[in-house]
Design a binder for this molecule. Structure first.
Ligand code: URP
Ligand code: ZN
Ligand code: ZN
Length: 467
């Protein structure tokens, strides 16, 4: 018994055509015109609907302890929200405590996801200290645990952050193993100094979060990280890029032929730093790192998506309730847990405010939401593709549906929505994970625990072929 999706308009990174798709045993078995279905097959009439490969969100933080709180979505609530929004794969971050073994932390993340995830998931491993034990564990992550991407923080001095010595050691080790280092590029030392100055001057309002993390700090750290990767002649992946300064470094490197990948997020495309002035401590909702920038940065990032300089749009979903966790910083912006929700709205925001408004075309939409993250992170062509042999992960998208984003109706387990009031035109109607219907007519129908861990292989990280 299989599933036959009839007559939808298939959109991939390069193609757009009307055809049927037959899925059985979790995989796409055939694509063509007038495919025959047997009496046992579920037939889905997709006439008038667009069919995208399931979304791949390269950057999430579910059930993550951070800054004295814990992100409020766990692997069940967070992946249900993702599914309803058309995402069928996430790559979440394992964050070991500073002295904890990587593999012990990995065990905790597997336990958090098992029995709960409703979509498939892989893990990045965060690296927060360098020593010989960590060096050994990195290779076990790659060769035994299926983790081929790591993250280092140049920000968060005194907690998750590492210095250039650690960063370079990580890069060296990871390049030997054929894996990929993702970098949070902000100058943690300068930010710490600015933060101390602002707090000493009693400047504690959320707006000072942005002022203590200027775009130059992101640009400088991005340039430095790219320079270290250049020394090793190995690719690097810049996460949650927010500003023109960082973008300029990325473009310079790409122009000279260096393999630099970069990611941005809907909040850096659609919101600006005027949000920090929202009344009644409302700016705390947007306290994230890097912070929101200027409208000119939004425009530059859209242009970079069009040009291919930025290849991925992820969410950095890291939700904290406004009425609870965000209040930890009521008297001091530096204590506001950093992060915002977004796992549910990535595809619809990009479709409406990207494709519908002419900022990107539909193929770029598929690339940045699905195909490129799958390629860069070693999940392609199992994920990120509509092709025979790929997983039957499909989004049947109704371009005529519309709604207004609001926390009142969201699935994300948090008391606000970063994009409250944004108009959306086009919504996932049905979502299939390995051929199983997990969203039907916009309603979640999956089963917690059916999401599978995706172990990856190291050799694939350099395979971002132009599409
Ligand atoms: O503010 C953010 N981005 N929170 C999540 C942690 C990180 O740096 O990605
Ligand atoms: Zn980060
Ligand atoms: Zn993050």
């Amino acid at each position: 018994m299989g599933t036959l999706v009839r007559g939808g308009e298939i959109w991939t990174a390069i193609d757009r055509y009307v055809a049927d798709i037959f899925i059985a045993a979790g995989k796409i078995q055939a694509i063509g015109e007038d495919l025959p279905g047997s009496g046992d097959d579920e037939i889905l009439d997709a006439t008038g609907l667009l069919v995208f490969p399931g979304g791949v969100d390269a950057h999430t933080h579910l059930d993550m302890p951070f800054m004295g709180a814990s992100s409020t979505d766990d692997f069940q609530t967070g992946t249900i929200a993702a599914a309803v929004g058309g995402t069928t794969t996430i790559v979440d971050f394992v964050i070991p405590e500073r002295s904890e073994s990587l593999l012990a932390a990995l065990g905790k993340w597997h336990a958090k996801a098992a029995g709960k995830a409703v979509i498939d998931y892989a893990f990045h491993m965060a690296l927060t200290r360098w020593d010989e034990g960590v060096a050994r564990e990195i290779s076990r992550c790659v060769y035994e645990e299926g983790i081929t991407s790591f993250k280092a923080f140049m920000a968060y001095k005194g907690s998750l952050g590492v210095d250039d010595y650690g960063l370079f050691q990580f890069m060296s080790r990871i390049s030997e193993l054929g894996a990929l280092l993702a970098v949070h590029a902000e100058n943690g030392d300068v930010i710490q100094a600015l933060l101390e100055q602002y707090i000493a001057a009693n400047k504690t309002h959320p707006r000072y979060h942005a002022m203590t993390r200027p775009a130059q700090c992101e640009g400088e750290a991005t340039e430095r990280a790219i320079g270290l990767a250049r020394l090793l002649e190995w690719p690097i992946y810049l996460v949650h890029m927010s500003c023109r300064e960082a973008l300029a470094s990325v473009k310079r490197a790409q122009k000279r032929g260096q393999q630099v990948f970069s990611e941005t997020c809907p909040q850096y495309l659609l919101l600006d730093d005027s949000r920090y002035d929202e009344p009644d401590f409302g700016g705390a909702k947007y306290v994230m790192s890097p912070p929101l920038r200027k409208a000119e940065d939004n425009a530059a990032l859209w242009a970079a998506l069009r040009q291919g300089a930025v290849q991925v749009v992820a969410t950095d979903h890291c939700p904290f309730n406004f009425a609870k966790e965000k209040q930890l910083g009521r008297d001091n912006f530096a204590k506001i847990p950093n992060g915002c929700p977004g796992i549910e709205d990535r595809l619809t925001l990009l479709w409406t405010h990207g494709v519908q408004q002419g900022r990107i075309d539909g193929h770029t939409f598929v690339k940045v939401c699905s195909t490129n993250p799958a390629k860069i992170l070693g999940l392609y062509p199992q994920k990120g593709a509509i092709a025979v042999g790929s997983d039957g992960d499909l989004v049947l998208f109704d371009p005529t549906a519309s709604r207004t984003i609001t926390a009142r109706t969201q699935h994300q387990r948090v008391d606000y929505n970063t994009f409250e009031g944004f108009a959306i035109s086009g919504m996932p109607s049905h979502v299939l994970l390995r051929g199983q219907m997990i969203v039907r007519e916009g309603k979640f129908t999956g089963i917690p625990g059916t999401g599978r861990y995706l172990a990856r292989k190291p050799a694939k990280v350099r395979e971002l072929a132009p599409v």
